[in-house]
Ligand binder design. Structure first.
Ligand SMILES: *Cc1c(COP(=O)(O)O)cnc(C)c1O
Length: 415
């Protein structure tokens, strides 16, 4: 991928853009929230729509000249409805965090109560962490996963809801490798007359393809991002029944945002269209198969997986048992040196810190996009184990770096 026009005016930025394409080509993107969109999605995102103001919604804009913006936003909405089976969809949130903000602004008053999963147990900042606006504006308490099993402790969640009496319960997670029981959480919410927001940011694509159960039609609100397991470019989305449409529309604009990023909405429309093709279902299935193979391989190498395995696109490794002296940060750094890019992550019952956690999180969405199968992912597990078992051994690192390069060359990207 060349950036000749950028180069003509700005060689510094062009160098970095081209180097980034090379970086993506020559490394394994295993950050569980990342993926590689198609060049069609990127072309739509790089379109002239970046010039257009389109405050409002299709057919009811505050500016003239919105007919093509209307066409594109309507296509994105219709395709999203088809993908997830929702009655109402808003595709304007700039990101997943803004989607959550939209729901909070629509349904909560300052001081209202949020019950969400603890960040170190797999939750997300936007679910009410003190560093996020939600943690500052609302009263937040958090539930946890069961320390023994690594699964959401649904009984404790129900009891916690009864004690705390939240206005909204948030489900959906950033580092949770298991299927979520949406109905169980909905029952807990109903029992205390709270809303339920299911944030499927990580698993939007898996849900669309039917390889993870869907909260649409169960939870009151479903939010998500459009760039993780669905390859529609960076952005957010909100879904609900028609009854909340007006509230959500006005919470997103003008409540939380100004003009929508119409070029990104064009990317969403194209990416959703791609996801409606039968090949996308195969992709999502393969992503899950690949995560399972990766998890099995790591387990065979003695690593301990939170919850013992995975039902989705990611594995969470707790290094404390197998490698008590290796932190998630150490592992992340050594793996980056060989071209395996993933992140250190907190684990349930974290004994270190968010900056230097005890685990690593690894996902297969991006590798699967490049064409990796189970055998490849099992082999990637071997490579990860070799690096972590031989931390500091530069010869091992050099060998593994070559193996990684071979894998990259065999599965080309953006040719
Ligand atoms: C990634 C993620 C989000 C959205 O993050 P953005 O970076 O704002 O798109 C929201 N919720 C969860 C659970 C996530 O994992």
């Amino acid at each position: 991928m060349k950036y000749d026009r950028v180069r003509g005016v700005d060689p510094e930025v062009a160098d970095a853009l081209e180097a980034e394409v090379e970086r993506q080509r020559d490394t394994l993107a295993m950050i569980a929230s990342e993926n590689h969109v198609s060049e069609a999605v990127m072309e739509a995102q790089g379109s002239a729509l970046t010039n257009k103001y389109a405050e409002g919604y299709p057919g009811a804009r505050y500016y003239a000249g919105c007919e093509h913006a209307d066409t594109i936003e309507s296509l994105a909405v219709e395709r999203a409805k088809e993908l997830w089976g929702a009655e109402y969809v808003n595709v304007q949130p700039h990101s997943g965090s803004q989607a959550n903000m939209g729901v909070y602004l629509a349904m909560l008053d300052p001081g209202d109560k949020i019950l969400s999963l603890d960040l170190t147990h797999g939750g997300h900042l936007s679910h009410g962490h003190p560093a996020n606006f939600a943690g500052q504006v609302y009263e937040v308490e958090q539930y946890e996963v069961d320390a023994e099993t690594g699964y959401i402790d649904y009984d404790a969640l129900r009891e916690h809801a009864e004690e705390f009496d939240p206005d909204i319960i948030v489900s959906g997670y950033s580092a949770y490798p298991r299927e979520v029981e949406w109905e169980t959480i909905q029952e807990a919410a109903d029992a205390v007359d709270a809303y339920h927001m299911a944030d499927i940011a990580h698993i939007t694509g898996l849900v669309a393809a039917g390889v993870h159960s869907s909260p649409v039609g169960i939870a009151d609100f479903v939010t998500g991002s459009t760039h993780k397991t669905i390859r529609a470019g960076r952005g957010g989305i909100i879904m609900s029944d028609e009854e909340y449409a007006d509230d959500i529309d006005s919470a997103v604009f003008p409540g939380a945002q100004g003009g929508p990023l119409m070029h990104n909405i064009a990317g969403k429309a194209v990416g959703f269209g791609e996801a409606l093709e039968p090949e996308f279902d195969e992709y999502a299935e393969q992503t899950v198969e690949n995560a399972r193979a990766l998890g099995e391989s790591l387990s065979e190498h003695g690593f301990s997986l939170v919850s013992g395995g995975t039902d989705n696109h990611l594995v969470l490794v707790d290094l404390r048992e197998s490698h008590p002296d290796v932190t998630g940060g150490d592992a992340e750094e050594a793996l980056e040196d060989v071209g395996i890019v993933l992140n250190g992550n907190t684990v349930p019952g974290e004994t270190r810190s968010a900056f230097n956690p005890s685990g690593i999180r690894a996902g297969t969405p991006a590798l699967t996009t490049r064409g990796f199968d189970e055998e490849d992912c099992r082999y990637v597990g071997d490579l990860i184990a070799r690096v972590i078992d031989n931390l500091g051994d530069e010869d091992v690192k050099a060998e593994v770096a070559e193996d990684v390069q071979e894998l990259c060359d065999a599965n080309p990207l953006y040719e």
